[in-house]
Design a protein around this ligand. Structure first.
Ligand SMILES: Nc1ncnc2c1ncn2[C@@H]1O[C@H](COP(=O)(O)OP(=O)(O)OP(=O)(O)O)[C@@H](O)[C@H]1O
Ligand SMILES: [Mg+2]
Length: 173
């Protein structure tokens, strides 16, 4: 993700029918990630940001479980296979860049993939480029019956990033 040109940005959208499919999307995404990559997750409470992060953790092959950080803001999940670690952070309670600086997230970045929930507008400066993943809950007027598990609802996932990566990603998701 070294290309900083705004012109080189692209977007792909994918509809996800349930939590299991959201995790699968994370696994697919992980195959494209390298140490130093920053993924910013955005979307309302309960949108599925942690669920997606769980899939990324599975795809990277890191020590789990990836959960919603309650008492800690960031957690390091070490790779179980010599690949990049996952640093999973939740910026919900962070109000300023100074507070982000205090976490020293960038010290781990050269050997990790950094995934930050609620990070939009706050953490982008940590890496030269990032992937922005927006999760929306479209409310269907009539349930379409495609839910695989109780509680499953469709989500619309919009991924924006370097066009070369988005092009490759759009072939697998
Ligand atoms: N299509 C879907 N994708 C993801 N999660 C879904 C989907 N449908 C239902 N769910 C459920 O919605 C919940 C999403 O919770 P999750 O913790 O991932 O959200 P979050 O965006 O991280 O929330 P928070 O803002 O509190 O951090 C889970 O209980 C999950 O099972
Ligand atoms: Mg969460």
């Amino acid at each position: 993700m070294a290309d900083l040109s705004a012109a080189a940005q692209a977007t792909v959208q994918v509809r996800v029918q349930g939590a299991a499919q959201m995790r699968e999307l994370g696994v697919s995404l992980a195959a494209f990630l390298r140490a130093g990559d920053l993924i910013v997750l955005t979307g309302k409470l309960g949108a599925g940001k942690t669920t997606l992060a769980q899939g990324i953790g599975t795809g990277l092959g890191v020590r789990g479980p990836v959960t919603s950080p309650t008492f800690v803001i960031a957690r390091v999940h070490r790779s179980l296979r010599g690949g990049p670690d996952l640093v999973h952070a939740d910026a919900y309670r962070l109000g300023s860049r100074l507070e982000v600086d205090d976490l020293d997230l960038d010290t781990e970045l050269d050997r990790s993939v950094l995934v930050v929930e609620w990070g939009e507008g706050l953490v982008e400066y940590l890496a030269p480029a990032h992937l922005l993943v927006r999760i929306d809950r479209p409310r269907p007027a009539v349930p379409d019956g495609s839910a695989a598990e109780p509680g499953d609802e469709p989500r619309l996932v919009t991924i924006t990033g370097m066009s070369s990566m988005i092009t490759r990603l759009s072939q697998v998701i």
